[in-house]
Design a protein around this ligand. Structure first.
Ligand SMILES: Nc1ncnc2c1ncn2[C@@H]1O[C@H](COP(=O)(O)OP(=O)(O)OP(=O)(O)O)[C@@H](O)[C@H]1O
Ligand SMILES: [Mg+2]
Length: 342
């Protein structure tokens, strides 16, 4: 059988500081992510584990209540559970501040109403979550983490998040192009305005005094808004580069030896390869050892062994690591790190 010893997984991933754990619902992503994080922390390697799953299971697995700010779990382990509602509120408050800096104050009530509706628009939470993930991703090394591990929601969601930086980059480009066009029109308008004012100077010097400083101030604010967009574009670009750099990022897919997870993992790999991303390893979780005396469990173990042959044939390019089914749920950093050192 071509399964690698599980300890090889921590060794294989040791040099890639960014680890994404993906896979179908309920296969053991959070357990695997928390086990890796607990193991590295037990080796005194500073680790941050980030959950992008709104279901709060990371806190349950670590036996700690987590929130949208980093929580210290142990001297070498911090954890954060990104909360889409909080992130969306913060994100839109920031957008409102940016718009307020250059919009006509009379327009603000309408703009606020528009932003309020946008918060619940499809994709708003994803976009805001993505931006937050990208911040953590890009800042992890500067914040002194040797490992940053993302525990994600089920497959489709993760894959979308992984390819979103490119889409968001293109979207920000579109906005910037629009801003530039408007800035051009504005400068033509300002030019015409000052031309008219020169002609009218004799009639109204007072009007001229008021109009010119206002125009200058407005263009400053305009540049501020453009610089916010440029920064966001830069963030997505940096995150995209890190995600595609195999020396920096490892994507680990978790599955169980069952028919549906096998089908979903095949699809996930195709999608990843389409986006020029490749998994670094596949974890086969909840395996049952074959030496069972009870008939029910022996049959289940045999069924898994049968499926393992399919799995090995399907994923010849990727190292496969087994995690065996434990008697109880694995909770707390000690038990989690032991799961990988066994
Ligand atoms: N090897 C294992 N032995 C025993 N129990 C396990 C094992 N792996 C996972 N479990 C249990 O299975 C359940 C699902 O695991 P987990 O929460 O890690 O999956 P998940 O893929 O993160 O799920 P979701 O898609 O809901 O986020 C949990 O109750 C967990 O404790
Ligand atoms: Mg989970």
């Amino acid at each position: 059988m071509a399964l690698h010893p599980l300890h090889g997984l921590v060794e294989q991933l040791e040099t890639q500081p960014i680890i994404f754990i993906g896979g179908k619902g309920g296969v053991g992503k959070t357990t695997t992510a928390a086990a890796l994080a607990s193991y590295y922390a037990s080796q005194q390697q500073k680790t941050l584990i980030v959950s992008t799953d709104p279901a709060h299971s990371l806190g349950d697995v670590l036996n700690v209540r987590l929130n949208n700010e980093k929580t210290v779990i142990s001297p070498y382990l911090d954890a954060i559970e990104l909360n889409p509602d909080v992130i969306v509120d913060e994100h839109f408050a920031q957008v409102e501040r940016t718009i307020k800096a250059y919009a006509n104050p009379d327009m603000m009530p309408k703009i606020r109403e528009h932003l309020r509706l946008s918060k619940s628009a499809p994709g708003a939470q994803e976009a805001a979550m993505l931006e937050s993930m990208c911040h953590h991703l890009v800042e992890a090394a500067d914040d002194g983490y040797e490992h940053i591990i993302f525990d994600t929601a089920p497959t489709g969601h993760t894959l979308r998040l992984l390819v979103l930086p490119e889409m968001m980059g293109a979207w920000t480009d579109g906005l910037l192009a629009q801003q530039r066009r408007q800035a051009k029109l504005r400068s033509v308008a300002t030019h015409l305005d000052s031309h008219n004012q020169k002609n009218n100077q004799k009639q109204s010097t007072q009007k001229n005094d008021v109009a010119n400083p206002f125009a200058a101030k407005k263009s400053d604010r305009w540049e501020q808004a453009v610089s916010v967009l440029e920064k966001r574009k830069q963030l997505f670009r940096q995150a995209g580069l890190l995600l595609h750099d195999r020396t920096q990022t490892a994507i680990v897919l978790v599955m169980t030896a069952d028919v549906l997870p096998l089908a979903e993992t095949k699809r996930a790999i195709e999608q990843l390869e389409d986006s020029k991303l490749m998994p670094a390893a596949i974890v086969i979780n909840q395996l049952i050892s074959t030496n069972q005396s009870d008939e029910f469990w022996r049959r289940r173990a045999e069924r898994q062994q049968h499926l393992l042959q399919d799995i090995e044939q399907s994923f010849t390019k990727y190292p496969l690591y087994p995690i065996y089914l434990q008697q109880t749920d694995v909770r707390g950093t000690d038990a989690l790190s032991k799961l990988l050192s066994a």
